[in-house]
Design a protein around this ligand. Sequence first.
Ligand code: NAI
Length: 466
Amino acid sequence: MEEFDLIVIGGGPGGYVCAIRAAQLGLKAACVESRGALGGTCLNVGCIPSKSLLNLSENYKKAKKDFNNQGIEISNVKLNIDKMMSNKNKSVQVLTKGIEFLFKKNKVTYIKGKGVLFSKQDVVVYNNNEKKNYKTKNIVIATGSYPTSIPGIDIDEKDIVSSTGALSLGSVPKSLTVIGGGYIGLEMGSVWSRLGSEVTVVEYLDHITPGMDREVSNEFQKILKKQGIKFKLNTKVTSVKKKSSQIEVECQDKISNEKHLINTEKVLVAVGRRPYTEGLNLSKIGVKKDNQGRIEVNNKLQTSIKNIYAIGDVIRGPMLAHKAEEEGIAVAEILAGQAGHVNYDIIPGVIYTSPEVATVGKTEEQLKTQNVSYKVGKFPFLANSRAKVNNETEGFVKILADKNTDKVLGVHIIGPHCGDMIAEMALAMEFGASSEDIARTCHAHPTHTEAIKEAALAVDKRPIHF
Ligand code: NAI
């Protein structure tokens, strides 16, 4: 029987990165994956294909609506959805194959099949009709998550879809009702709205993107509304029924309790994701879960069984690929005797709409709840020269700094390219920067990043261009 120092179950961004780092540190590592391709949800049916469609649909929208006003006259802009989808599929394929190459390069054993814990040191892998046993000193559970639905709504991935189906629609639906105004709903809603669908987002709360700084969230909704997306807030979806030619979505206004119907061609259910822990034999082995079905871990990412670790969407914290990666690396380093750690206070979040939304650290609402005295510095992209020449003036940068020490506590941006810009803020915060440190850092002109410097100057009420 083959024996390993570490078997990682799940080949998503958490699992595959963990296996590579462990191998780099001299451990004999294997990664078990049942999907038939590495990269997990993120690469196969999540972050990567959605970013491909977000980019392509944005290009289409620009060519159709914006270029003519900018002196680039093109007529007959036509959408070829099949080509767009195959372009997306090709990007996914290249990247998943890339991970197989990285496994070979780093001498990680790739085991295809479904991994099940037989004991705390034995993993059984089922692949078609074959069953193989492996011995291991340590196990990392990195099995990710799957979309949840609402009771009584069956996702068929054809007419009533999750993010997976929304990434592969064969034609542009006349109308799309999105249940849930979170990351997935707004990204996929944007894609299909740009391609010509009439999109309505139904959200249970009185605002979209729960947990985000409210000022940014409100601005975000305003911008999306201007782009043509309709919103029904404070509204609960109570049933979704397939009729002969349409789907009937029954909604209930949370305030008036009144019910109304939306008739729509397709429905996207985007109401969150659930940890995927089924079929691993966890309870028999004694791996404990919390009351939300997540695997319990300590600050070393160890489960209730010492040599079994868990990372990514199956444990607490934001369900984000980069958070899972950090945890994967931390576990590999801990197993190699190093001090692996994850700074959960500085995990950026990005929504890849147009404009993008990016945040890191505490929101204004969190600081208020925690009774922290803070200063705010804001700068609009309208006053940023690069954004202005590119006709991308929507949004702003908002920096929150401690009132007494000036230490940056949170940065929230809505605006062009802020998904990339937020890295500078995460780095600054990792180094414990003050807003003065950022204000005194030379930023190239003309770049969008100058809006960050100006927002930092605005914390001290001395912006130059606003
Ligand atoms: P989410 O948790 O971000 O948003 C779900 C929304 O659905 C919430 O606003 C909630 O209030 C609403 N909701 C729940 N039940 C409802 C009902 N019955 N009627 C109407 N509204 C209802 O979940 P989402 O968008 O499905 O994303 C899942 C996970 O994937 C998230 O953790 C997200 O962070 C991650 N993700 C991250 C992306 C990124 O980093 N760009 C992109 C896509 C997903």
